[in-house]
Design a protein around this ligand. Structure first.
Ligand SMILES: *[C@@H]1O[C@H](CO)[C@@H](O)[C@H](O)[C@H]1NC(C)=O
Ligand SMILES: *[C@@H]1O[C@H](CO)[C@@H](O)[C@H](O)[C@H]1NC(C)=O
Ligand SMILES: *[C@@H]1O[C@H](CO)[C@@H](O)[C@H](O)[C@H]1NC(C)=O
Ligand SMILES: *[C@@H]1O[C@H](CO)[C@@H](O)[C@H](O)[C@H]1NC(C)=O
Length: 371
């Protein structure tokens, strides 16, 4: 499985590095979880209690669907994992096989920047978020929280043991309305009596992952896109400047370190950002700190299931400015983009003119179109 995480900035706004803020330790929200391998997104009601290290996740049932729905309760202090199938009412109880996963700001996280999500300049449709990342013992983590209240907006987690996990939080409220939410359901208490305690395996290995910050210029009308990686000075990773002209079937990739440009034909159809033309509406949610003025924005969720691609999108309500897109395809794996500091229009149309190195490379190279 391939993963590409792109944080797309039109204007970067790195502020001075503050200390990580403290996210509220107890809250409830709706969570959207993408399951990339199975190509669907799941809506859950999440109750999160960091103080007592316990989490309840109840999937929201879509009427008429024949998919399985699960009600999960994780008690980390007792290393117990209760999983109740809401259709069959069968509960499985197992030992928790991974450490507690912090949501919001991970302990020891480093500050990566402060950005605007939503419609910059449109009153009530923009929220400032802080980005953090941390390299935990069992995986690489990123988090977005509102500024200044530090309410969770998004978490990404990569680990060798569990792969890639992505959570977006909506309609978040501080506190737990009913603490009984952390009491196992009846079916599970019975199942527990028959449970064989398994040995808890520590998860020590992890894969190295990273996220990339880019400047993105997107032109749907002329089907073209420019993506310029923000170079992390001193890093030894390769950075690219890409120009993709779909109408001309040209893909220019300039390595910003070596200044070598490769020109090739495009290997896939145009990638819609924002709302896909065939998308269906999945819901309207609030992102950010519900009830905190200036720290909350309404977003609409959409998804589309095309022949070769599964797509989801989040846009602001009502102006429809892109907030996030996920694309999943067999050929390109999973791609995730978050948009920050978005501005309407293209400041300088020359951004769609290939860099000099690429024009030279193109002259000395014959491009064969994809059949
Ligand atoms: C998407 O389409 C594929 C095949 O066309 C189907 O198997 C899958 O269930 C669909 N997924 C959703 C979420 O509709
Ligand atoms: C909990 O148990 C379910 C069902 O056995 C399993 O699919 C899931 O991965 C487990 N979760 C954790 C965190 O151990
Ligand atoms: C995570 O830690 C590993 C080993 O400690 C290090 O090699 C890697 O560069 C770190 N990754 C990030 C993104 O900080
Ligand atoms: C453009 O080329 C780069 C490098 O060769 C490749 O990684 C990328 O997938 C290509 N993109 C498209 C849309 O063809």
């Amino acid at each position: 499985m391939k993963y590409l995480i792109a944080l797309c900035l039109v204007v970067s706004a790195f502020a001075q590095a503050p200390k990580p803020c403290d996210s509220p330790p107890q809250w409830e929200a709706r969570e959207i979880r993408q399951d990339y391998s199975r190509k669907f997104e799941e809506f859950r009601k999440l109750s999160y209690d960091e103080t007592n290290r316990r989490v309840r996740e109840v999937e929201e049932i879509l009427l008429g669907s024949d998919k399985e729905y699960v009600d999960r309760l994780y008690l980390y202090n007792e290393a117990k994992n209760y999983s109740l199938n809401l259709k069959t009412k069968v509960c499985t109880v197992t030992a928790l096989t991974r450490p507690f996963r912090h949501r919001g700001v991970f302990p020891g996280a480093k500050f990566d920047g402060i950005f605007n999500i939503g419609a910059v300049g449109v009153s009530g449709e923009v929220v400032a978020v802080q980005a953090f990342s941390a390299n935990g013992t069992d995986g690489f983590y990123t988090g977005l929280v509102t500024y200044p209240s530090c309410y969770p907006v998004q978490n990404l987690f990569f680990s060798k043991a569990n792969g890639f996990e992505h959570s977006d939080y909506f309609d978040l409220n501080i506190g737990i309305v009913d603490l009984n939410v952390f009491v196992p359901p009846q079916e599970c208490i019975k199942a527990e009596e028959e449970m064989n305690k398994k040995k808890i395996m520590p998860v020590t290995d992890y894969e190295q992952k990273y996220q990339e910050y880019r400047r993105l210029s997107y032109d749907e009308t002329n089907k073209r896109e420019r993506q310029i990686a923000e170079v992390d000075v001193g890093g030894d990773k390769a950075y690219y400047d890409r120009l993709i002209l779909y109408n001309e079937n040209k893909n220019y990739t300039l390595n910003l370190k070596t200044r070598i440009c490769t020109v090739s034909a495009i290997n896939r159809p145009f990638h819609y950002r924002g709302v896909h033309p065939n998308a269906k509406f999945d819901g309207l949610f609030e992102l950010g700190a519900v009830g905190v003025p200036g720290e909350v924005v309404a977003v609409q969720a959409f998804s589309a299931n095309e022949t070769n691609e599964y797509y989801t999108g989040l846009v602001t309500y009502p102006s429809c400015y892109p907030v996030q897109n996920l694309h999943f395809s067999k050929t390109h794996g999973f791609e995730h983009s978050d948009y920050f500091d978005l501005h309407i229009g293209i400041t300088d149309l020359n951004v769609f003119v290939p860099p000099t190195e690429c024009l030279k490379a193109e002259k000395s190279q014959k491009i064969s179109p994809v059949v």
